[in-house]
Design a protein around this ligand. Structure first.
Ligand code: KG4
Ligand code: ZN
Length: 334
């Protein structure tokens, strides 16, 4: 078995999986959302303290499996440095006390593995990664080598939901809040789809966020529920249209038998419906992660670690390189 620790942002999570069949034998996730919600976003210093408090407890809960462990895995990149650190320290402490090797996992690779939690990886593969920190279209070839085809030049898809939610006075994180409010609205505002005039393979959400801000300002202090719901609905629709619009460009060049969507924002049902349509149009099979494991979790980190374990891809002793920012272009997923 492998025990994995994930703490790259505001979720402390630990999972134990079997290396033979990837089955999950222990899982725990402590979300810090309610603590950060008071401030309208993640407060790094607070995240660090909460990880430091939560991780030892949820690692210790896995004690019945300690004697079965072959390695300890940990998210080492990318993420908030003060969030990654408590996870890495916890992983090193456990590995030291049990005399086990450490496996370092890239968080984005972890998200890709959320498509294959209990199965073999399907390659080649196209992937849309939509999280709070990233928005990317990836091409993964038959050898597992990743090429970034399209990425955001400013805000990420999830971040734009968080920022619009904040402007509308909704809670944090904003993705679910916007999605729920949008269900009660209609797309009455004609927001412009970003980059529509170009064929550049790029995403950009900051202009759309500005369009939302201007409409909220026009409504003034007396903005009512119906106006907010219509803005949320129009924003969600336009943000998803932007995702699909760039994917149209990619799909017209690339033929993927399988196309997956991962990351916290892949839980968005409107986005999923739009992706179903484009995948049907290009005869591609849409792969989805279970809703429970779209957002950050240690199960996907443990699953990614099993692939590295079978390739004997361990850290050199306790040398875990932490990278708050990292590039996944040209790296291998296993
Ligand atoms: O992958 P994730 O849990 O953390 C990062 O690695 O960033 O993604 C979190 C992001 C947040 O921005 C959150 O608002 C967004 O995913 N999100 C959503 C939805 N659920 C979560 N965005 C849109 N619709 C949702 N239903
Ligand atoms: Zn994530």
């Amino acid at each position: 078995m492998i025990l994995a620790i994930e703490s790259s942002c505001d979720d402390s999570s630990v999972a134990v999986v079997n290396t033979s069949d990837f089955s999950l034998v222990y899982y725990e996730k402590i979300s810090q959302e309610s603590e950060h919600a008071k401030y309208g976003g993640v407060v790094p210093e607070l995240a660090a303290r909460l990880h430091t408090k939560a991780l030892p407890d949820i690692v210790l809960n896995a004690k019945p499996y300690f004697s079965h462990l072959k390695a300890v895995a940990v998210t080492s990149e990318p993420g908030l440095s003060v969030s990654l650190l408590p996870g890495i320290v916890a992983a090193k402490s456990l590995a030291l006390s049990l005399d086990l090797p450490i496996i370092a996992i890239n968080h984005l690779i972890g998200h890709i593995y959320s498509l294959f939690l209990d199965s073999k990886v399907l390659l080649p593969l196209g992937v849309l990664l939509v999280s709070g920190g990233h928005t990317m279209v990836l091409d993964i070839d038959a050898n597992g080598e990743i090429s970034v085809l399209c990425a955001t030049s400013d805000d990420s898809f999830g971040e734009s939901f968080d920022k619009c939610a904040k402007m509308l006075g909704l809670g944090y994180p904003g993705g679910v809040e916007i999605e729920n409010l949008a269900k009660n609205g209609e797309p009455k505002y004609n927001f412009t789809i970003p980059l529509k005039h170009t064929k550049r393979l790029e995403y950009s959400f900051s202009g759309l966020k500005n369009q939302v801000r201007l409409e909220i300002e026009k409504c003034g202090a007396c903005i009512n529920y119906e106006q907010k719901a219509n803005i949320a609905c129009s924003f969600e629709k336009t943000a998803c249209e932007h995702i699909i619009d760039r994917l149209e460009l990619v799909f017209s060049e690339k033929k993927w038998k399988n196309f997956g969507v991962v990351g916290g924002a892949s839980a968005n049902l409107f986005l999923r419906k739009e992706l179903e349509k484009i995948c049907a149009k290009y005869d591609s099979n849409l792969l989805l992660a279970p809703l429970k494991y779209c957002s950050d979790n240690a199960y996907m980190i443990a699953r990614a670690a099993v692939a590295k374990y079978h390739k004997n891809d361990f850290c050199d002793g306790f040398n875990v390189e932490m990278k708050p920012r990292s590039d996944i272009n040209k790296i291998l997923i296993n």
